[in-house]
Design a protein around this ligand. Sequence first.
Ligand code: PGA
Length: 247
Amino acid sequence: MRFILAKDATDVSQRAYDFIRKSILQNPSLILGLATGSTPLELYKLMISDHKRGNLSYKKVKTINLDEYVGLPEGHPQSYRYFMDNNLFNHIDIDKNNTKVPKGNAINLDKECEEYSSFVSTNRPDIQILGIGSNGHIAFNEPGTSFNSSTHIVKLKDSTIKDNARFFENESEVPQQAITMGIKDIMSAKMIILLATGSSKAEALYRAIKGPITEDCPASILQTHPNTVILGDHTSSFWIRVNREPE
Ligand code: PGA
């Protein structure tokens, strides 16, 4: 695991983009694992602006997203499919048939989970972009999730519902369940780039990097991944910089 202390959120995004850009130039058919949430938004803006300048094509790139809410109707503005279309896919030259997001409104969710895991295992992401939750979750793998998990349905923790309520009219509208790649699926990526910005991530980031490897902090498993880069800004890296356990 390599930790890079970036200047600020813009620098975090720029450094992540540099990895992606270099990798797509080397392999135009790259498989890119993508994440939703506020953290990667600036990265997606960089991807779009550089594409519009004619510098990078996504024609052959394939993407696989980490997760999706369960039960939101197709096209719901808070669905992760909608998020990805609007914040990235609609603005670059990617073939939408090459973009995969779990189907949160599949009739048979168990089957969707099985098929998704099997898809990930035959299409291992070359780079997986990850955020981290303030409780140390990765994707929707909340504390306590087995490190051996494949794609599954989760009941969201209250803390995650609260964190995500800012995107909905009110907290009661946040779905209670999600479909998420499991930790084993995520760990199958050839390279993982975790982005962390803001003080709300400081404790989780410390535990992920310096804490014990424990299912209580799902992101701590990344310590065992052969090629993980963690990009943190100054505020998310507070406890790492002072080299002290969070109080
Ligand atoms: P955020 O979410 O980027 O919106 O902070 C990250 C996460 O919960 O994984």
